[in-house]
Write a protein that binds this ligand. Structure first.
Ligand code: MCN
Length: 791
């Protein structure tokens, strides 16, 4: 079925209420911490208080003797049991052809700690309190070393790893430097900008949690874990770390209260719990508390960049040149090396027909928590850089922010960018036009005067983002260094009474798949949404899966389900043909009914389902009983959501307080399955992006390497009262390469919004002489910038 037919089916484009919400809103959700196994014990991790230190000795005697303690495990136990370190799923090759530096990432420290929060020991006791008390008795003798936390200081700092003596993980580049340099040398104008993309701490509502369980009878393990891709977790855990056959480990990610990327990875705690459940022969639960999450979850962003745009005299882009220093943190988290390269550099064309782009990325180890994907992952960093640079170029050239964008938009598709990606469809002029209408930009001057009358400054900022999601074609991902395929799997099981269970490798942790995937199946089979249940997050029930990240679930996971439905339809037609004594080539299927062309014969989907399982009068020589099909789908391209975001801020110059007065977002997600869910996704993303722009900031002390923003007292999360009532709309250019015509929507808001906010802030502050500003725009920082400009 093609996308144009699909979009006209009933239940598609309909705001069906979220099926899962009854469970969540009535306290019926079952998160990892809600699960209690027989004879369950509790783990507490002893973590490094130092950013960088050698370990002289660890004394666990007192802890082992403490009440209720079942075991205390340290790095030596890990080594003795030959448990490997955590693997990295992506290999980046440096410009000199050498592989990235991939130092060991032990699950419990081996002689050295490299960030505050690094795992040193695991204490297991009968109760959580006993485990906490015993953990305090573990004595570690540290030899404190100097630490480095700023990515720009890494090259001159003491090495973290023997494998990377200069602290560089890789030096990578994309594009033709000589060609780009030549264009810059003769360009009429060059705009230059230095930018910092601030480090963020992901904060899902449910912190990480896991339970390791070992079954002696079958010699197999079950790991319950708050995770976004259980099959990948199992693969890494078994094949790479513990050396176990895959079928001996079942990973269950039950209800998961948000992840935003931070739960894609295999973490040390997950391995420790699984390993120790056999070693100590007990079920072991660990639930991260919020302060622990701040130091031990993988963080996001942390780029420092220099960007330049060469233009002709009319503001037409000729070439772009970028250098970025990216922090990997202390160790390589599962997908870390891909973020500042494949997911960042390839997006630097943005919506613009810039003919030449050269980008160089240096990735560094620092004494900080590992950095990996966080909502948007590389694409927010690219969008922030491009959209800040384009607005700055507009001002340099004396052009309006929207005018310079119009002059440079890509207008013909498919469009091959100079940074590897090929955009299949889009209409950037239409998005900008609709943005200007919805944002009532024509009235801006009047609103600015009204603000001034109140003693406030007003600015307007644009961001025209494009992103690549629906990760990812396996062949492209492989060529770019992925050590896995990025397809998806869907199984559709039709039951005898015509209801359906779908087993999907995608994982819903807030995105509403139990509703939207059910809509897809209901639409195709002509049954009610309530007749379809979605099962996800269990390697014991779902055949395989690559999980949820990169806004891939509908376009990749949904397409796998569509492919399985194609097979269901083909087989169901054969059963219907048998029931109607016709040839299956003459059977048509629509609205849940099978008919024969040119006759009034028909059978319902329910009759066919029953016949499949009650095959009393059945051509067994031609057809197997049952109606159950599985499909794997590997996309042929990324999907390219795009949008125009327009922000208006009011700034109080006396206090530095920035108020986002209005925010307009017009997005193109292709065909939309559930507009209400998509709107919720956009709103959530916008709040995260505006949060980064205004207040969120992860700060380590540059001397000691201590995390200064280690709780919500110091790390400001955006609240409802910080947000305006968003003005939202969508336009549609259907994705050309999946049968849904759908693009991803889950990260767009977080990707597109930060530069719109900062461009608006700078628009307001330019008259005061503030020409540059790094996120976050907290009152103190804005006030300081105004004061510095006045001086
Ligand atoms: N959808 C739709 N029509 C489209 C596209 C999507 O109706 N054209 C629906 C989908 O069916 C799905 C939702 O919108 O119900 C999001 O779909 P999609 O864009 O495919 O993204 P994923 O489901 O793969 O979700 C991943 C994405 C990412 S990468 C992050 S990070 C993120 C996000 O989703 N983390 C979230 N949204 C989140 N929302 C919540 N509540 N919690 C998180 O952790």
């Amino acid at each position: 079925m093609g996308a144009s037919d699909f979009v006209n089916l009933p239940n598609i484009g309909v705001s069906v209420k979220r099926k899962e919400d009854y469970r969540f809103l009535t306290g019926g959700g079952q998160y990892t911490d809600d699960i209690t196994l027989a004879n369950q014990t509790y783990a507490v991790f002893v973590r490094s208080p130092h950013a960088h230190a050698g370990i002289n000795s660890i004394n666990t005697e007192a802890a082992k003797a403490a009440p209720g303690v079942i075991g205390v495990l340290v790095g030596a136990d890990v080594a003795a049991d030959k448990i490997n370190g955590l693997p990295c799923g992506w290999l980046i090759t440096s410009t000199d052809g050498s592989p990235m530096k991939e130092p060991p990432h032990p699950i419990l420290a081996q002689g050295k700690v490299r960030y505050v929060g690094d795992h040193v020991a695991m204490v297991v006791a009968e109760t959580l309190e006993q485990a906490k008390n015993a953990a305090e008795l573990v004595e570690v003798d540290y030899d404190v070393l100097t630490a480095v936390v700023r990515v720009t200081d890494a090259a001159r700092a003491a090495p973290l790893h023997d494998a990377a003596p200069d602290n560089r993980c890789y030096k990578w580049a994309l594009g033709d430097k000589a060609q780009v340099d030549a264009v810059f040398a003769s360009a009429a104008h060059v705009t230059k900008l230095d930018l910092t993309n601030n480090r963020l701490v992901p904060n899902a509502m449910e912190p990480r949690a896991a339970i390791g369980s070992y079954n002696r009878a079958n010699d197999d393990y079950t790991l319950y874990v708050s995770n976004q891709n259980p099959h990948v977790e199992r693969l890494l855990l078994t094949a790479f770390v513990m050396g176990l056959p895959e079928h001996k480990v079942r990973v269950i990610a039950p209800d998961v209260g948000g992840g935003f990327g931070s739960k894609i990875y295999l973490y040390a705690e997950d391995v420790c719990l699984t390993w120790a459940s056999k070693k100590l022969n007990r079920n072991i639960k660990w639930t991260c508390d919020r302060s622990e999450a701040f130091v031990s979850d993988a963080h996001g962003r942390d780029h420092v960049s220099h960007a330049e745009m060469a233009m002709d005299k009319d503001g037409k882009f000729l070439a772009m040149r970028v250098h970025t220093d990216a922090s990997m943190g202390a160790y390589l988290s599962t997908f870390a090396p891909a973020i500042p390269t494949i997911l960042y550099a390839t997006l630097l064309a943005g919506q613009y027909a810039t003919p030449l782009i050269y980008v160089e990325v240096d990735a560094w180890f620092t004494n900080t928590a590992p950095v990996d994907a966080y909502r948007g992952a590389g694409r927010p960093e690219a969008t922030y850089l491009v959209e800040r640079l384009v607005t700055r170029a507009a001002w340099d050239m004396g052009l309006a922010q929207d005018e310079i964008r119009r002059r440079n938009f890509i207008t013909e598709f498919p469009y091959q960018t100079p940074v590897a990606l090929q955009y299949d469809v889009g209409d950037f002029h239409a998005l900008l036009k609709r943005g200007n209408e919805l944002g009532e930009v024509a009235g801006f001057a009047q609103r600015k005067s009204a603000s001034e009358a109140k003693g406030l400054l007003r600015g307007i900022g644009y961001s025209c983002y494009i992103e690549a999601c629906g990760l990812a074609p396996s062949n492209i991902a492989g060529a770019l260094g992925a050590r896995a395929g990025l397809f998806e799997c869907g199984e559709v099981r039709v039951h005898p009474t015509g209801s359906v269970t779908v087993f999907t490798g995608s994982h819903s942790h807030g995105q509403g798949h139990e509703t939207t995937f059910a809509q897809v199946v209901a639409a195709r089979l002509g049954i009610s949404v309530d007749a379809v249940d979605i099962v996800h997050g269990d390697t014991g029930r779902v055949p395989f899966g690559m999980g949820t990240y990169g806004s891939r679930s509908m376009s990749v996971g949904g397409t796998a389900i569509m492919k399985a439905l194609d097979k269901i339809e083909t087989k169901a037609k054969k059963i219907a043909a048998h029931l109607m004594e016709a040839s299956d080539a003459d059977v048509e299927f629509a609205n849940g009914e099978f008919t024969i062309k040119g006759t009034d014969k028909k059978v319902t989907f329910g009759q066919v389902a029953l016949t499949a399982y009650v095959p009393h009068n059945y051509p067994l020589d031609k057809l197997e009983p049952g109606l159950n099909e599985t499909a794997f789908y590997d996309p042929t391209n990324f999907t390219f959501p795009a949008g125009t975001y327009i922000c208006e801020v009011e700034v109080d110059p006396a206090t530095g307080q920035v108020c986002v007065d209005s925010f307009t977002a017009v997005d193109d997600f292709g065909n939309i399955i559930n507009p209400m869910i998509v709107e919720g996704q956009v709103q959530g993303g916008l709040v995260q992006g505006i949060g980064q722009a205004l207040m969120e900031n992860c700060v380590y002390d540059p001397e000691s390497g201590q995390l200064l923003t280690g709780s919500f007292m110091d790390y400001a999360m955006p609240r409802f009262s910080d947000m305006p009532d968003f003005k939202l709309d969508t336009l549609c250019t259907p994705c050309s390469h999946n049968p849904l015509g759908a693009k991803g929507c889950g990260e767009a808001g977080a990707i597109g919004s930060p530069p719109a906010v900062i461009n608006a802030l700078l628009d307001a502050l330019r008259p005061l002489g503030v020409l540059d500003f790094d996120m976050p725009a907290s009152p103190a920082r804005v006030w300081e910038a105004i004061r510095a400009a006045k001086k």
